[in-house]
Design a protein around this ligand. Sequence first.
Ligand SMILES: C[S@@+](CC[C@H](N)C(=O)[O-])C[C@H]1O[C@@H](n2cnc3c(N)ncnc32)[C@H](O)[C@@H]1O
Length: 300
Amino acid sequence: MAKCDRSRRAVPRPFLKWVGGKRQLLPELEALLPRRFDHYFEPFVGGAALFFHLQPDNATLSDANAELVDCYTAVRDGVDALVRELRRHVYDQDYYYAMRAWDSAGAPLHQRAGRTIYLNRTGFNGLYRVNRSGKFNVPFGRYTNPVICDEENLQGCSRVLQGVALVHEDFEAAADRARAGDFVYFDPPYVPLTPTASFTSYVADGFGLADQERLAALFRRLSERGVQVMLSNSDTPLVRELYAGFHLEEVQARRNVNAKASKRGAVGELVVCSDYPRRGAAARGVVRAMRPISRVQARP
Ligand SMILES: C[S@@+](CC[C@H](N)C(=O)[O-])C[C@H]1O[C@@H](n2cnc3c(N)ncnc32)[C@H](O)[C@@H]1O
C-alpha cells in the first residue's frame, strides 16, 4: 500500500464559509505559532482554517455549535455518504427555503450535515445565524453557480480529519484538557468594534462580556500551566485590557460581514500570544519588541 505522504497533497481548504475565517491571516498567524507543540486544540473551530493549514497529527477540534461539529464528524467518518447527499441538493430559492424549514433533527448524520453545508454554500454571505428558538434564519444568497459539493476538497478534509477528536462543548471544558507543551488557538466571536456592530449570534446564547472575561481568565490559567496559547480578537480597548502583559501583535484583516459593500474593508485585529518561542521570531533572528499594553487608549 502507498505510504501516506501529506506533503504531496494539495492542502484542503475549509469546506464551510465561516464569518471570521482565518484564511487570509494565515501568513501572520504562522509567524506567531509556537516552534513546536504536542497536541493542537481549537475550541472555537468555525471553518478551521488554521487547522487545515497546519494539519497537526494530534488534535482536538470543538465548538458550541452542534450542527457545525456534526459537519466535521460527517466529513471525518462518512464523507462518501455526505458527497452523495450534497449532490442531491440544487441551487434554487424555493428549494433553499424548503431545506431551511426542514427539521433535520432525527435524520441520519449525512443528511443533517448535508443540509448544514448546503445552507452554508447557498445562503447569504455564508452566514450562520439562528433566531431565539435556535432555528437557522439566514436568507437565500445570490451567486452565479455556487459550488455545493466540492468532492475533491471534502475528501482532502476527510483525510486530514482522520484521528482528530471532535467535541461539541463549551470552550472552557475543551481547552482545560490541555497540558504543558500543547498548543491552544482561540478564535472566539469578537468583541464588537462598536456596540451596534455586535455580531454575537453564532449560538443561541451569543457571546457576551462575561464570556470574554471567562476566556481571558482561562488564557492566563493555561499560560501559567505551560500551555502555549494564541488568541485572535478585535483591536479594542477591552481586548488590550483583558490581555495586558501578554505579547500583542496588530494585524489587518479583510472582513465582509457587513451587508453594505461600502462598510466592508480592512479592520484592525489583535493576536495575543502567551510566553513561548515564536516561529517568526526565529526566522527574523530577533524577538519583536512588545508594545506597551497596559490600558492602551482606543486608537483614533
Ligand atoms: C470566529 S468563529 C471561529 C472562526 C474559525 N477560527 C475559522 O477560521 O473559521 C467563532 C466560533 O465560536 C463558536 N462559539 C461561540 N460561543 C462558543 C462557546 N461558548 N464555546 C465554544 N464555541 C463557541 C461559534 O459557534 C463559532 O463557530
